[in-house]
Design a protein. Structure first.
Length: 73
C-alpha cells in the first residue's frame, strides 16, 4: 500500500495558483482605478468656470460652450 503525502498539485501547481491569484487581483484593482479615472469630473473645472462668469471675465454663451466641451470629455 502506498501512502500519499503532500498536495496533488506540488510546488509548480501552487506557484501557478499564486501567480494566477496575483494577476486576478491586480487586474481587478487596475479595472477599478480605470473606472474611477473615467468618472466625470464636475469639481474644479466647473468651479473655476463659474468664478470666471461671476467676475465677468466670460459671458453666458462662452460659459455654456466651455461647459459643454468639458462635459464631453
Amino acid at each position: 500500500m502506498t501512502w500519499y503525502y503532500g498536495t496533488p498539485m506540488g510546488w509548480g501547481g501552487f506557484s501557478m495558483m499564486a501567480l494566477t491569484m496575483l494577476v486576478f487581483w491586480g487586474g481587478l484593482v487596475a479595472l477599478v482605478v480605470v473606472m474611477l479615472r473615467r468618472s466625470p469630473h464636475t469639481g474644479s473645472e466647473t468651479r473655476i468656470l463659474r468664478e470666471r462668469l461671476a467676475r465677468g471675465e466670460i459671458d453666458t454663451e462662452e460659459f455654456e460652450r466651455v461647459r459643454k466641451t468639458l462635459d464631453s470629455r
